[in-house]
Design a protein around this ligand. Sequence first.
Ligand code: UFG
Length: 343
Amino acid sequence: MKKILVTGGTGYIGSHTVVELQNSGYEVVIVDNLSNSRADVVDNIAEVSGVKPAFEEVDCVDKEAMRKVFEKHGNIEAIIHFAASKAVGESVQKPLLYYRNNIVSLINLLELMPEFGVKGIVFSSSCTVYGEPDELPVTENAPIKPATSPYGNTKQINEEIIRDAVKANPVFSAILLRYFNPIGAHPSALLGELPNGVPQNLVPYITQTAIGLREQLSVFGNDYNTPDGSCIRDYINVVDLAKAHVIAIDRILEKKQDEQVEVFNIGTGRGLSVLELVTMFEKATGVKLNYKIVGRREGDIEKVWANPERANKVLGWKADTPVEDTLLSAWKWQLKLRERGIQ
Ligand code: UFG
């Protein structure tokens, strides 16, 4: 069985990806420092997939600890690197923490890969690299815009670090996946997003409002240049997103890449406004949402959605879960959390 190291494997996207890897016959070793996730996610993964992944509570910033993981587990064929700090606002307050966590972690992995014969890395990038795009839908060839937060900057810098590292030492290859807005939860309601404190992202805020943990959703702005005035995003189901990672790993290990560093947009190709999403949530769940329109949130992009054709054609991957089903999965996850007494 081929062994894959998943950093950040107990996190939101990481946990869903571990399950999909296991379902496709890979053996998984998770590394996570549990800074933004719970140890019991490992048990939930086992419940969903029927296989308990190996788990090492290690911080990727600690190179010696990471070296021990590679030594202990042996024959790691490829890495999916999720582990990162991801709160945009916090990154403005604590830029050095973000640069250290996100950049040092990656450098450690890239240095250890040739030492242990690892063949490739899949990196979690983001549509944030496009900033406010000039043309929509946005393709992978769109210009990279100056980052508006240290968090966004770490994604851009890390893409460049990977390109330079592969160019200098082409013993391994890389796939950069630029995610749009991941939402939803596993249909089993055993895995999902567990925001730390008050959610910053739209869907967790919606589900927490719907269940009564928050009084009201604030819709940030209805005076944008969009049909209903609220911002537009490309909301991608987290299980669909997880599957893209498995295909990327297959592609690396089967040596199918056209270039040693490939980049793919991972989105649906469909833009939805905040207000449209709120209405869809109400329809899908039958729960009425208390919301009000407030002023714009600083730093928000007006509209962005993917042209996912390259991923569709080259990877043979397509986001196919209807948004309504995705929103329902997020709601079921929120109900399950209450049942478990977590939130
Ligand atoms: N929004 C609200 N109310 C809320 C939360 C969000 O109206 O309480 C709106 C935002 O203004 C935005 C949309 O919902 O228009 C989506 O906001 P999110 O915070 O869920 O997502 P963003 O698109 O702002 O950010 C996401 C990731 C970031 C990443 C960024 C670009 O969370 O990590 O995409 O890739 F940097």
